[in-house]
Design a protein around this ligand. Structure first.
Ligand code: AMP
Ligand code: ZN
Ligand code: ZN
Length: 412
């Protein structure tokens, strides 16, 4: 009898011990609520960190992961790719098919300099990562990420800002740190933010110009300032930092110039959208065949009937791309006789197979492995990666977690 009671006592003791351990684990799981803070430095080519001294990027590579490069979607322009990163959808599927385009479905024009268009949710397709987060109870914030200024699916980040290029980078850093210091019930756990350099200087100087080094070194030092500020936060151990970009940059030259007016007559077109080195053409009905034949004669470019764009470019299914798609060969500039050729030092928009168009992806934090080199991957894979880190149910996208989960710790 006594023996039986002793065994019963032991079982009760064991059971209470197990319950205690389980509830402690649960509390632990609740306490560890991951953060993702993703910065884009516009036009930061994948190899700038090899060409110029960047100790803070190098530090991230040691503390976390560095991708060999990040492949942008086509066209390799700013808006299509920032929104591809946000939604996990190629530009062909995310609605933002170019920096400026005509949307026949809305009978409306989109342009990055048109505030009404940029803030109009009708142009944006898919589910941006901050919408996924907000829908699933995670507060988000954005300082200038493309798409965050429009209530896509009726939802915007809890905190967002109207685009103001004049806001100094240091103030953008302080804004993000301010958000990360908000009381727990107000604090965003997903932050997307944006620097418009080194794109501007890359266009002006060209990616091969040693003078570009000044900008890269400055951006690297700003990254260092930001990392130090994050390190001082009480919950820095929960914060995952991503630094990425939308595309690279290709050296141009006045000796590589095609004047489209020598081959095409603007009167043949209903709408011409895009800009060097990409064009989307909407043909007037009676000019379709004339245009088709004329485009074949334009040198140093690739042109396709929209439906014939090669599959690997994941482009050509959206009516917003017009009847014909044109992209200059890498390093070539295209313009019209009434618009001066943009003989700047650099351009982007070219075929995403050209590694000059490739971008960066660096990351560190509790979710990421240390000192890990990730092979080149597509930017549509960033959406499922962030969903995984934040324990979010992802929307259906063109991205695939399988391509990127090698960067993550198995049990963070
Ligand atoms: P591009 O080099 O032509 O593809 O575009 C880069 C430019 O996009 C930058 O220099 C910024 O001026 C502009 N830009 C980036 N984000 C925004 C935004 N949210 N609203 C308006 N313009 C933007
Ligand atoms: Zn850009
Ligand atoms: Zn640019």
């Amino acid at each position: 009898m006594r023996e039986l009671e002793r065994i019963r006592g032991m079982i009760i003791y064991l059971l209470s011990f197990i319950v205690l351990v389980f509830s402690a684990c649960n509390r632990q799981a609740k306490l560890s609520e991951p953060y993702v803070v993703m910065l884009s430095m516009d036009g930061f080519r994948w190899d700038y960190t090899d060409k110029f001294p960047t100790p803070n990027f190098d530090k991230i590579a040691g503390m976390g992961i560095k991708a060999k490069s990040l492949q942008p979607g086509f066209p390799t322009k700013t808006f299509p790719n920032h929104y591809a990163i946000a939604t996990g959808l190629y530009p062909d599927h995310n609605g933002i098919v170019m920096n400026n385009f005509y949307a026949p479905d809305l009978d409306a024009y989109y342009s990055i300099s048109d505030r009404d268009a940029v803030e109009n949710p009708a142009f944006y397709k898919g589910e941006p990562i901050w919408v996924t987060a907000e829908k699933q109870g995670i507060t988000s914030a954005s300082c200038f990420w493309v798409g965050s200024e429009a209530p896509v699916m009726g939802i915007q980040p809890s905190y967002w800002k109207k685009y103001n290029q004049k806001l100094p980078f240091t103030q953008r850093i302080d804004t993000v740190i301010y958000w990360l210091k908000l009381p727990l019930n107000k604090r965003p756990r997903l932050i997307t933010w944006y620097f418009h350099e080194p794109d501007g200087k890359g266009h002006k100087l060209g990616p091969d110009n040693p003078k570009l080094g000044k900008t890269i070194v400055y951006l690297d030092s700003l990254l260092g300032v930001f990392m130090k500020k994050v390190e001082k936060l009480p919950n820095s151990g929960e914060i995952n930092i991503i630094v990425t970009s939308d595309h690279g940059m290709c050296e141009t030259s006045s000796t590589r110039w095609v004047n489209l007016s020598d081959y095409l007559d603007k009167d043949w077109f209903k709408v011409i959208e895009g800009g060097n080195p990409n064009y989307n053409f909407f043909a007037k009905a009676d000019a379709y065949e004339t245009i088709n034949e004329a485009l074949k004669k334009v040198p140093h470019v690739h042109t396709w009937k929209r439906e014939k764009v090669p599959e690997r470019l994941h482009y050509g299914t959206s009516p917003r791309e017009g009847d014909f798609v044109l992209v200059a060969d890498s390093g070539y500039v295209v313009s019209w006789k009434d618009t001066p050729p943009p003989f700047t030092g650099g351009a982007h928009g070219y075929d995403n197979r050209n590694t000059d168009m490739h971008a960066i992806f660096y990351a560190y934090g509790p979710a990421f492995k240390k000192n890990y080199i990730q092979p080149t991957f597509e930017n549509v894979d960033i959406y499922p990666l962030i969903c995984k880190i934040l324990h979010l149910n992802p929307a259906k996208t063109d991205g695939n977690l399988v391509n990127v989960e090698g960067m993550l710790k198995v049990n963070p």
